[in-house]
Write a protein that binds this ligand. Structure first.
Ligand SMILES: Cc1cc2nc3c(=O)[nH]c(=O)nc-3n(C[C@H](O)[C@H](O)[C@H](O)COP(=O)(O)OP(=O)(O)OC[C@H]3O[C@@H](n4cnc5c(N)ncnc54)[C@H](O)[C@@H]3O)c2cc1C
Length: 461
């Protein structure tokens, strides 16, 4: 069997794999990128981009429905799912074309096929060709987990099939109140479905600060999205007409569609990883903080590495590993500084520690919430919510800002300043002098920081 050699062989062309390939090529390495499906991976084809296109269509639907509140006469006559899907595909296709061009222009050798680690830093593709690298990067990503005993079908789907639905379901039950679950719940509610979220833990978006979960639950209640927390499904029965869900508390729910959104598992089985010495922990690849696996010269990036499963984390992993392989010394990625955005209506955006973790870590923490009711731009947009800024230390101390949590439409766009503030360990008094443009939602962040610095301007207390 012929063996092709290059400096770097990457298995998987998603966010982590392709970012690694581009950066390594920029640094002069010869790169082979092996992809079983399409470069761009989950994020571009079945994740970030298509869901955000649906969420934008949902926002347009909400704007049309509430246009009269803003003095605009619009007749909302329905959602044309075929046209929504067409718009979504247009966005994805355009980005996909651009990405393929980037890969070509960087002279990356893109190999189409399913790769298998066969040892000696070598990947065999479809049992036919072998690709050996001086270094190998594993970037095989993740898949949608399901609940044991729950059988997928036309009416019980994961996010992959939910993105291709050509009709708006009348009644939907979303199993899982994490990021993916609440985003789909938000879309369907805006499209006119009756939506129920069933979450096993005691709150929505349980990875976020508790204040965020309360704000989101309240906003969803106002939108008539039903949330059943601390609730588990026992059985899901599909028929041609509907789906019946039996919950562990003996209640039943009827729906036309069930979305199973209970997290994503690492795609690390059946591809030779463990057979060739890659140590896994509950399926995830174990790495050190420089993303080296247990096998010398083999690295792992993205969703297969334990931690936040986010595209921008994968990009950063990819860049980091490429630079390291090229002989640079990039600083270790601080996972706590990875920003998190949930693009529901309203949005959730956060970075750094929750109030609970900040208190545990620093002994004491002080938090301020600035309500968007006092923010001009938010009132213009008619959105509610708030911005919570947390600093280390008790009330009379002057510790750095360690966490920022935001709820409200468009707050995802504010995460940049929050991220820099946390990453630079800025004191409230460092940030307070910065002038924020008026009227912007950014001002609400500035106001929260002013309050933390002891100089509130538009605060009520
Ligand atoms: C519905 C949904 C919405 C999301 N929204 C967001 C969001 O808004 N923002 C955000 O940051 N993240 C979001 N994510 C998460 C994001 O998509 C992932 O974190 C990101 O795609 C992970 O990148 P990755 O490179 O690790 O893996 P992937 O993107 O999954 O890529 C892995 C690639 O490897 C290929 N592959 C796997 N095994 C093999 C093999 N043996 N041989 C060859 N090729 C192989 C796969 O075909 C795939 O293309 C979302 C995910 C989902 C499902």
């Amino acid at each position: 069997m012929a063996v092709h050699e290059s400096d770097l062989v990457i298995l998987g062309g998603g966010s982590g794999g392709y970012a690694c390939a581009l950066r390594a090529a920029q640094l002069g390495l010869s790169v082979t990128l092996i992809e079983a499906d399409k470069v761009g991976g989950t994020c571009l084809h079945r994740g970030c981009i298509p869901t955000k296109a649906l969420l934008h269509s949902a926002e347009v639907a909400d704007s049309a429905r509430t246009a009269a509140d803003f003095g605009i006469k619009v007749q909302m006559s329905g959602v044309d799912m075929a046209a929504v899907l067409e718009y979504k595909s247009r966005v994805v296709d355009r980005l996909y074309t651009g990405l393929q061009g980037l890969v070509r222009s960087h002279r990356i050798d893109l190999v189409s096929g399913t790769g298998h680690l066969v040892g000696n830093k070598t990947i065999e593709v479809d049992g036919q060709e072998r690709y050996a690298g001086r270094s190998v990067v594993l970037a095989t990503g993740s898949y949608a987990r399901t609940i044991p005993g729950v059988v997928l079908g036309p009416r019980v789907v994961t996010s992959d099939a939910a993105l291709e639905l050509d009709q708006v379901p009348s009644r939907v039950v979303v199993l899982g109140g994490g990021v993916i679950g609440v985003e789909f719940a938000s879309v369907w509610s805006s499209f006119g479905s009756e939506v129920t979220i069933v979450e096993a833990l005691d709150r929505l978006v349980p990875a976020e600060d508790e204040w965020v979960s309360k704000q989101l639950a309240r906003a969803f209640r106002k939108r008539n999205i039903t949330t059943r927390t601390a609730s588990r499904v026992r059985n899901v029965i599909q028929s041609d007409e509907s789906v019946t869900l039996e919950l562990e508390d003996d209640q039943t729910l009827e729906a036309d569609l069930v979305l199973v959104a209970v997290g994503r598992g690492p795609r690390t089985t059946g591809n030779g990883f463990e057979d060739h010495g890659i140590v896994l922990d509950r399926g995830f690849v174990v790495t050190d903080d420089r993303l080296r696996t247990s096998v010398d010269g083999v690295y792992a990036v993205g969703d297969i590495v334990p931690g936040l499963q986010l595209a921008h984390r994968g990009f950063q992993h990819g860049i980091f590993v490429a630079e390291q392989i090229a002989g640079q010394q990039p600083p270790v990625i601080n996972e706590e500084h990875v920003p998190r955005v949930t693009y529901s209506h309203p949005e959730v955006a956060s970075v750094g520690l929750s109030e609970k973790s900040a208190t545990e870590r620093h002994g004491a923490a002080t938090a301020v919430v600035y309500d968007l009711a006092g923010n001009g731009k938010s009132q213009i947009l008619q959105t509610s919510g708030g911005i919570k800024v947390i600093r280390a230390g008790g009330k009379d101390e002057d510790g750095p800002i360690v966490g920022v949590h935001m709820v409200g439409d468009r707050v995802g766009e504010l995460i940049g300043e929050a991220q820099m503030t946390v990453a630079w360990e800025a004191l409230p008094s460092d940030v307070a002098p910065f002038v924020h443009a008026h009227p912007t939602q950014n001002e609400a962040f500035g106001e929260a920081v002013l309050a933390l610095a002891g100089t509130p301007l538009h605060g009520h207390n």
